[in-house]
Design a protein around this ligand. Sequence first.
Ligand code: AMP
Ligand code: MN
Ligand code: MN
Length: 325
Amino acid sequence: MAEPKTSNTKREVAEYLAGLHKAAVTTHTGADGDAIGSAVALVYLLRALGVEAVFSYAEEIPSYLRWLLTDEPFKECPPNHDLLVVDTSRPDRVGVAHERVHPVRLNLDHHEDNPLYGEKNLVDSEAAASAQIVASLYTELGLSLEREPAEAIYTGISTDTGGFRFRNVSPAAHELVADLLRAGVVPAEIDDRLNRTGTVEQLKIVGTSLANAERHGEALIATVDKEDYARTGATELDSKESIDRLRTVAGVEVVAHLREIEGGTKGSLRSERVDVGEIARTFGGGGHRLAAGYTTSKPPREAKEELLGALRRVVDLQDGYGGGV
Ligand code: AMP
Ligand code: MN
Ligand code: MN
């Protein structure tokens, strides 16, 4: 039987990175602030080491994160580049085509369900964000943090902790943030770039999501579909941020946002106590214990019934409230 895989040490990974010539960094599909922040910070780190480094990503970059990019992303991993993947819990969620031509040389991540799929793995589920792990490599390599990578790292940590509110924040994360501020990061400026770039269409689809929310005992589920996008002029991604507003309802243990996508529904789950990662995995998804996601081929209405079926095992749905049977 094969030895259970373990994560590499920071030293091993630092030495590996220092020995590279050409590298392409990528991250997970459906990129968030930590995905782009940690990827961009790693590109800066590699360039500081003299490595020819590029960011490679096939999907559109969400507009609120575009300011982080140094160059237009390569839609494919360029030939002769070693592929490094950040913030991605599974190889099938990598944001560029890879497989045989581009094996994953390094898997750097903070998801607890990461199966260590890289040739080298630096996975630390105690880290608040993958960007925090990239920052630790700067320290390991004795590289000083310039303002631009510090802003990328700050973006990763502040977005993955919901603005330093979630249970993944730690003294280490705050200590790092102090160093980032010393490197020139101005939190108010980053907040402006991340959170004040919205459109009225986004506002309307978030409002629609909230208006569509239905409570089933300890679960609160919001759905949005194509008609909602058409009526508000928004896209499915625009609706995503409503998940955090759903968390404000007292007595709710699990919140879910189910948005229609091409060919089905994308589900986002959040909780303060219930292992929603486990629930997402039963639908072929994954993520963290308290923040997870999945996609299903069912339309939102049916996806909701399917989800209620799974939630019934872990929370009190106070059946009869109008939920599933
Ligand atoms: P989201 O709800 O899309 O913000 O995702 C929350 C967390 O779950 C993130 O850490 C994602 O990486 C993870 N996640 C989302 N969708 C999936 C999926 N289809 N498969 C595995 N993990 C996912
Ligand atoms: Mn992420
Ligand atoms: Mn992350």
